[in-house]
Design a protein around this ligand. Sequence first.
Ligand SMILES: Cc1cc2nc3c(=O)[nH]c(=O)nc-3n(C[C@H](O)[C@H](O)[C@H](O)COP(=O)(O)O)c2cc1C
Length: 205
Amino acid sequence: MKLDLGPDELLSTTRSVRLRLDLERPLEREVLEDCLRLAQQAPTGGNAQGWSFVVVTDPAKREQLAVWWREVADGYLAARPGGGRIRDGVRHLADNLQRVPAHVIPCISPRTDGKPAAAQAGTWGSIIPAAWSFMLAARSRGLGTVWTTFHLAHEREAAELLGIPYEEVMQVALIPVAYTKGTDFNPAPRRPLGSMVRWDGWDTA
Ligand SMILES: Cc1cc2nc3c(=O)[nH]c(=O)nc-3n(C[C@H](O)[C@H](O)[C@H](O)COP(=O)(O)O)c2cc1C
């Protein structure tokens, strides 16, 4: 299924989807592959293309990833008492991550541990555009995603579970993917543009 979204609508309505993931609807491997093929079109430093996408559909592995994710989410929620939509969404996803049909884990090599900031920028910048392209391609096919980092507190254990060579390969996120319940999403509130754009230098108006 391809949604009829123009580029601006796609860019302004690709939301963090937690509450509206359809946990009952199967997700076809071919659709994920189409999204990943588009992700491969993203740029990388030196065109190194050192990325990998680990797609987890195995129920036992999703269950274990969900245990780690939930443990960190519980701490996050405990530290931020109160209500709100993101909290409801995080709670729901923490309780249901194992039911999301695919967990996509973008990975990049080399690891950035202890590297200078410029080297880190080159590495992170070589995976995040591809991962975001994947999320946009997913949205354009009626799928919902959310960038999450909770499981990274257990990155080494996740690497063991999935056979990822931890010393060489760094996981950067865990992106749950499912069809969405309904396909209408809206632009999100954001601070005024002028509060975050500085022309010709930091201090100039
Ligand atoms: C780097 C990064 C890490 C994030 N980690 C998590 C996470 O671990 N769990 C989670 O539920 N959401 C996570 N999010 C999503 C944000 O909490 C928030 O939902 C998102 O920025 C709102 O996006 P939207 O308003 O465009 O939908 C993360 C987002 C980013 C960019």
